[in-house]
Design a protein around this ligand. Structure first.
Ligand code: MRU
Length: 371
């Protein structure tokens, strides 16, 4: 995606420095565009846990590069089974909900274990190739999601005789959440690029405000019209016919179609159903968890520090970034990062393989190898 006219991915190997991976610092956005170096497994684990990188696809790709850096970064670390397992566990424990993370780590583990008979240099090459493949696949899947989702937006635009299509989205499932293109926003960019009139309602997405700080920023970079709305406004807009469809991303989708996504998604899905508005979830294959069935019972939900609820960060009138407390001194808070939307509220899934009904039959029709 372009930032001020230059193409960026969200993660890449630093040119001329095979022991350094670079990322866009998402904690600094939208006020500052900054690139950070990751030079070790520990740097990567911290970047994922503290959300310098975030979003299902990107934490998967970051973890893959983290496994590469664990053995071929700045620090010496013998690439044996014990150390491979240790590195994998450290990364998997950073964030529990998005399955893309363990999916990518498992791929790196099997690549590294298969290469035991190789020289260290051959192993290094194989690990880098595998991490880069994971990143490339993520970008390509998201590009394909855009093409499939485009058909849905096209149909609505046609029905509205070319009038603006109003799309509500939650959190950030744009290119910042992946390696490139995004999941929920990829169809939006594809439609915009074809001259279809689109407008986004962007949920601010408390407590970390990914909608306000990231989605609003990346849509503006691309020139897509949007309005930021408080998280609680969606139902009101739906009731008044101001939302044509909802598209969100997902962090894990079970084989029967229950979907974990950023906290607040479930409420939007219920409101959409009540108002007969189609509710789509866009995701690459790496977000399906074919081993789980009942999302509400089985998907692990990350609980983050309560300070994220009690404090808000922003720019003050002098242009300085400040954190302020928004509740009485002694107020306690809870901070679940995700919720699960049961399949019955989801109109369809959009993946790189196409569009399917949100139930086991629909999902397996796209993924017969898991039937
Ligand atoms: O906690 P985050 O910012 O990593 O949240 C994950 C997400 O990006 C969203 O839930 C998103 O909609 C899923 S798709 C990347």
């Amino acid at each position: 995606m372009n930032i001020d006219g230059s193409h960026y991915r969200t993660i890449w190997l630093k040119e001329g420095s095979p022991d350094t991976v670079q990322i866009i610092n998402q904690k600094a956005l939208p006020f500052k565009f900054e690139i950070l170096d990751l030079r070790s497994l520990e740097d990567t684990a911290k970047a994922i846990k503290d959300m310098y990188v975030r979003g299902a696809g990107l934490i998967g790709a970051s973890a893959a590069f983290g496994m590469y850096l664990a053995f071929f970064g700045a620090k010496e670390n013998p690439c044996n089974k014990e150390n491979i397992d240790k590195a994998a566990l450290l990364l998997k424990n950073t964030r529990p909900t998005a399955i893309n993370l363990s999916w990518a780590v498992d791929r790196m583990v099997s690549c590294l274990l298969k290469k035991e008979e190789m020289t260290p240099e051959q192993k290094r090459e194989a690990a880098l190739k595998q991490a880069q493949e994971i990143a490339d696949e993520d970008a390509e899947s998201c590009r394909q999601i855009g093409l499939h989702g485009l058909d849905i937006i096209k149909q609505i635009s046609k029905k509205k005789k070319g009038e603006t299509v109003n799309i509500l989205t939650h959190c950030n499932a744009g290119w910042l959440a992946f390696v490139d293109y995004g999941s929920a926003l990829s169809p939006v960019y594809a439609a915009f690029d074809q001259g279809i009139k689109v407008h986004l309602w962007v949920d601010e997405t408390r407590p970390r405000n990914q909608g306000a700080s990231l989605t609003a920023w990346e849509l503006a970079q691309h020139g897509v019209s949007c309005d930021l709305i408080p998280d609680n406004a969606g139902g009101h807009l739906m009731q008044r016919g101001m939302v044509d469809l909802v598209i969100t991303g997902a962090d894990r989708v079970t084989r029967n179609g229950d979907a974990a996504n950023k906290i607040g998604t479930y409420l939007k899905a219920v409101a959409a159903k009540e108002n007969d508005i189609p509710f789509y979830i866009a995701l690459p294959s790496s977000t399906f968890d074919f081993k789980m069935k009942d999302g509400v019972k089985e998907i692990p939900i990350e609980e983050r520090d309560s300070s994220e609820v009690r404090y808000v960060e922003g720019k003050n009138s002098e242009g300085k970034i400040e954190t302020v407390q928004i509740c009485p001194d002694k107020t306690t808070a809870r901070n679940w990062g995700f919720d699960v939307t049961p399949a019955k509220y989801i109109t369809s899934f959009i993946s790189e393989r196409g569009i399917c009904q949100a139930d086991e039959k629909g999902i397996i029709s796209l993924y017969p190898e898991f039937g």
